[in-house]
Design a protein around this ligand. Sequence first.
Ligand code: AMP
Length: 213
Amino acid sequence: MKIVMLGAPGAGKGTCAKVLSEKYNIPHISTGDIFRANIKNGTELGKKAKTYMDQGLLVPDELVVDLVVDRLKQDDAKEGYILDGFPRTIPQAEALDAALAQINDKIDYALDIEVEDAHIIERMGGRRCCVKCGATYHLVNVPPKKEGICDVCGEALILRDDDAPETVKKRLDVYHEQTQPLITYYKEKGVLAEVEGHDEVTETMAGIYQVLG
Ligand code: AMP
């Protein structure tokens, strides 16, 4: 099963992708996580990506596409994958489709998690992320067992620079302008499913399972 998660930043794509990844035993591939790992490891790619990410802008397509296409060729992605945060522009979607067409393959589902902007701004202010393993929490909705500490690896939790309120507003503008057109793109391909994402994760997941059957 090959799934693309769509939706604004903070809509819950990552959380749902993790649940799906465990249920179907297919990798959760998050371009945001890949960039953050590169930033942490001080790679050239990380240095380049950070300048865009800190401003709430998208990293240029040419730095993203090959990275993802290479990742999809790895063994663990043979049976499927969940793409989270990619594609984010029409050229990225077209590049993905072209790479898949070369191996007679295609995306099965594009799941659009729908949440209105005001709710996202409120949500993201409470988001906390583990500096070490990338696990995400929310002060109200998904609190860690011990305040400020990651349940998985015991590291400190932080508010990501790109989750700061003014950056969130910028990211939402970028989303509406560059990423939202993908909803029509995948609708035209006949693989779009829209899922209400305003409430609890369990309710969003129930909506997703209805689609996946
Ligand atoms: P995310 O964790 O998916 O919200 O991504 C965090 C940031 O990484 C985004 O705001 C972008 O700056 C960058 N990023 C992640 N995925 C992509 C992508 N597919 N294209 C361009 N930039 C991306």
